[in-house]
Each structure stands twice: as C-alpha cells, then as structure tokens.
Design a binder for this molecule. Structure first.
Ligand code: GLN
Length: 544
C-alpha cells in the first residue's frame, strides 16, 4: 500500500468517553485484517509530557521503550496491538510550543512573526505525518485529546482540517465520539448533545464521517436514523458503543457494529478479508471463564484513582487469563496501614503487590505490607518503589539496621540501602531526567526469575532516580535477600529475591508496561501462578 491513510478521532459532549479504547479497538480490527496500524495521541495540555503530572491528575504515566513518558492511552494501544509505541506516538501542546520556540530562537523562521496559524498548526501536522512518512504503517489513527469546542483544542482541530484537505478524499477521515445520554424522567435517549457537538466541529470546517455514540442503553434504528439525518452522516456510519463489562470486549462490539468496515469503505481500502481475531477471542474466553479465584492486595498511595495503576491492573487481567484464574485486586491505601492494624487490613489476601511511587507519603505502610508478606509466606511482587521498600524492610527487620531508608525519604539515614544514582546527583530539572525506558538486564542462572522468564537476558522499562546501594549487597545477600538481576554494563541491581520464601521478587523496573493480550508478562503470569499454588497449599495445610 503506497499512500498512508489517516483516521482522526475527536471527542464531543464530555471527556472520559473512552476515545483511547475506541481508537485501540478500531486499530485492533484493522490490524487483524492485515493492515499495519498504529495510534497516536495528541494532548492539548501545556506540560511537555505527563511525566511531571501527579497520578491524581491524569492517571498513570506510561513509559515506552525509547524512554518517553506518555499518556496512559498508549498503554492501551500496546496492550491491544502488541506493537511498540514511541515518543512520536504522544505529543502535547507543551512539546509543540517548545519545538516551535526553539526553532524561533535558532532563527529558523527568518524574521517572520511566529503565530498559532501557520507555525503551531504546521508543527502539529508534521508530528502527525512523522509516523505516516516512516513507511512502517498503512493506517495511522490519531486521537485528539479533549473535547471539541475547548479553547486548547482549536489548533489541533485546525491542523486536522488542513491535513484532510491536503490528503484529499479517501485518505483521511474523522470519527467523532459522542455521548447519547438517557434521561430517565423522559425515559428517552437524547440526540441533541450529539447534534450540537457535530455542529461545533462543522464550525471549524470539519465534517464527521463516522459517529461513535457512547450509550448506556441500546440505540434504536429510529434514533440512528435521526442522528444520521441531523448529523449529516450515513446511517451505517452511526455506531453504537454501549457500556461493556470489559474493555477487551470493545473490539468485538465494534466489529459487530461494522466500525472497521465503514472506516475501510470511507478510506477506499479493501474490506473483503474478515479480521482474524482467533487469539483475541481465545483470551476473552479464558478471561471470562476462570477456574479459580485469588485475591491480590495492591498496596499503593494513589488507590483512590483506578487509572493510577492502570498497567498493573491490566497486567493482572492478562496473567489471570493465562492461568485461567480470576484475579481480584483489592486496592489498599498504604497510608492507612500500621503495625497495629496490618493483620486486619491484609486479612484474606492470597498475594501482595507493593506499587511504584514517589515521595515519603505512605511508605511506612508499604514497608509493613512487605513484612507481612515476608513473614506470612505470601507471594510478593514489589515494583520499583515496591522493590526498594522490600530492601528497606529486610535491612531494618532482619539485619537490625534501625532507620534504614532510601535517601529519597530520609537524606540523613544511617543506612542508605537505597540511594541516588551517581548520574542523578547533578540533576536539577525534573522533566524527563529520570532513568527512563528500556535497559538490558542479566539474570542469575539459578534464580527464580530465570525460571519465570525462561531467559537469562531480558530488557525492561524503567522510571526511577534511586537504586539499590551496592555497598550493602554483601550483607543483605548473606542474610538471605539476594540480588539476581543486574544491568550488564553498570552492575546496578535490577532484581532481588528471598530464596527461602515461597515466592518473593522485587524488580527495579516496571514489568507492567510490557504486558499485552498477546504476550502476558512472565513475571505477572508467574506471580499469579505462585499465588494460586500457595493458596492451595495453605488451604490443604489448614485441612490437614
Ligand atoms: N521514587 C523511586 C525512585 O525514583 C521509585 C520510582 C518508581 O516507583 N517509579 O527511584
């Protein structure tokens, strides 16, 4: 296929309609028909990337192989498509402006007045076309964050209008995602908000080709006709997107509604081959028909917002399906845990995951949770800060190093078992300066993680400033906390284990970023399996 085709996804009426899931579902269907597809997210906020955002603002920060700190929607793209994304897949207004201002400082605009149109819009268009021009994809789906009509979305909408005109008919289309609310007093679904948001889009010179309508109730044929007539689209192009019990059902629902077929028609692309969703359906089958159930505690401090730990929760779904187990994740606020209440709060858990995080708040609760898992033989997985807490717990409670800590939390600790990486010591700028992205790791041959991965050399994604302090390695190892994964170049410790415990692993990296439907992450698969085995063992012991 020579001409790369573009699909733009805009949102109307309200935010949080799930543009990312619709974009990822369509991409999945197109990929399953053999089209090389990728997705891009344009975010209209002024942060250069979401790396500096508190998780309460925008949920988890997702990290790509190339070390980009990105929007969590990129996680959905990777999980659905099993294709790696990169910095080019997520662009914010801040990054656009930064790049235009840098060009201005270099004199690249030759004395011209630099303006939103054309300079900002040109930069947006370039960023959209970078992926298309790479030659790696047949179809690019570009999701525009925010809602049409927002002040900050205007340059993006104008850039899309220009691109559609430049690309020409059948090379670019617009899918508009809207809400069709149900008014219980009237007992009716209402189309007016959709009509208004389509009109707002029209005022910017863009005609929606396809409407995807989020709804809590079935949209009748009559309402589809009404939407088609008043929003100026064909009836087949009015797609219902009803609430789903799992996001992984959405591709199937979109296929039934014919979203992929209409999109291909509009792009003048062949649509004869049916999508091959065999593997996807098999996963759904396993996900929906578990043979067992386990309860895993997710100990974190951003638990009020489910999106803060999105990739971890999704990794458990993939690993659960792989093991045919329903993984019930119980979110537990680490700030509410203390030595006194820990037994009560963690009662009934079959395994414990201590989550990543930053700063002092809630860490003592995390340390208590590690102790609980270690002492009660509960399978344990510590991720990034969770791994660091495991080291601190062991140093304090087994080696008697009172006050052991990470220098992030206590710069004057007498036992800095976790300390700042050498190259981080001179860092003053917070954005994009952590140890980020994919790094190689070598695993010890006789380790649990070697068995879990079935490989000795792995690569995993990172996002941290602090590290295991090698000065304490020997002491910790002799007492039973053993480093079993290292960066082959620097010797930094990446993995720790407690071999005397049934399953206790801490990793400095983030395995959750790499788990996909097609490739559930081995660490999560191994952890869930261990949780199940241990649960059955303890049950048998209590019966004996
Ligand atoms: N705050 C810790 C560090 O910077 C852990 C980071 C994380 O959990 N992602 O090293």
């Amino acid at each position: 296929m020579s001409q790369t085709k573009y699909i733009f996804v805009t949102g109307g009426v309200t935010s949080s309609l799930g543009k990312g899931i619709i974009a990822a579902s369509l991409a999945k269907l197109l990929q399953a028909r053999g089209y090389r597809t990728t997705i891009q997210k344009l975010d209209p906020y002024i942060n250069v990337d979401p790396g500096t955002l508190n998780p309460y603002e925008h949920g988890e920060c997702y990290v790509t192989d190339d070390g980009a700190e990105t929007d969590l929607d990129l996680g959905h793209y990777e999980r659905f498509l099993n294709v790696r994304t990169s910095q080019a897949n997520n662009v914010t207004t801040g990054r656009i402006y930064q790049s235009v201002i840098e060009k201005e400082r270099r004199g690249e605009f030759l004395g011209k007045t630099v303006q939103v149109v054309p300079h900002i819009t040109n930069e947006i268009k370039e960023r959209v076309q970078i992926l298309g021009n790479s030659g790696d994809y047949d179809i690019i789906i570009t999701e525009i964050g925010g809602t049409v009509g927002d002040i900050e979305s205007l340059p993006y909408i104008e850039a899309v209008r220009q691109l559609l005109w430049e690309l020409g008919e059948h090379n670019g289309i617009v899918i508009h995602l809207t809400l069709v609310p149900f008014l219980s007093a009237a007992g009716e679904l209402k189309t007016k908000p959709t009509q208004h948001s389509v009109k707002t889009l029209m005022e910017s010179g863009i005609k929606a080709d396809i409407l995807v309508c989020r709804t809590e109730h079935e949209i009748s044929e009559e309402i589809k006709e009404k939407l088609a007539l008043f929003c100026n689209v064909r009836k087949e192009a009015v797609i219902q997107s009803i609430d789903a019990s799992t996001i992984y059902d959405v591709p199937i629902m979109m296929q039934e509604e014919g979203l992929d077929t209409v999109a291909l028609e509009k792009l003048a692309l062949p649509k004869d081959t049916e999508p091959n969703l065999e593997q996807w359906n098999e996963f759904l089958q396993r996900h929906k028909n578990p043979k067992n159930k386990v309860v895993i505690g997710l100990i974190g401090k951003y638990v009020e917002l489910q999106d803060s730990y999105k990739s971890i929760l999704e990794s458990f779904i993939h690993a659960g399906a792989a093991n045919e187990v329903e993984v019930k994740v119980r979110s537990i606020h680490s700030e509410h845990l203390s030595t006194k209440n820990i037994d009560k709060k963690l009662m009934g858990l079959d395994g414990i995951l201590v989550a990543p995080g930053f700063g002092e708040r809630g860490i003592e609760g995390k340390i208590e949770a590690v102790r609980y898992a270690r002492e009660n033989d509960l399978p344990f997985l510590g991720i990034c800060l969770g791994m660091q807490m495991a080291v601190i717990e062991f140093a304090r409670n087994i080696l008697g190093m009172e006050g052991a800590n990470s220098t992030e939390m206590d710069p004057n600790t007498p036992y800095p078992v976790i300390s700042l990486m050498e190259e981080q010591k001179s860092v003053t700028n917070m954005g994009g300066t952590m140890r980020l992205g994919a790094w190689d790791c070598h695993l010890e041959a006789d380790s649990l993680v070697h068995e879990v991965y079935g490989a000795l050399d792995i690569s995993e994604r990172h996002r941290h400033r602090f590290e295991f302090n090698n000065e304490y390695k020997k002491q910790l190892e002799e007492a039973g906390l053993v480093p079993t994964g290292f960066n082959p170049k620097t010797g930094l410790v990446e993995v720790i284990e407690i071999p005397s415990h049934p399953w206790f692993v801490g990793v400095q990296y983030h395995p959750e970023y790499k788990s996909t439907v097609a490739n559930p992450h081995p660490l999560f698969v191994g952890f869930v399996k261990a949780v199940l085995v241990q649960k059955q063992k303890q049950k048998n012991a209590s019966l004996a």
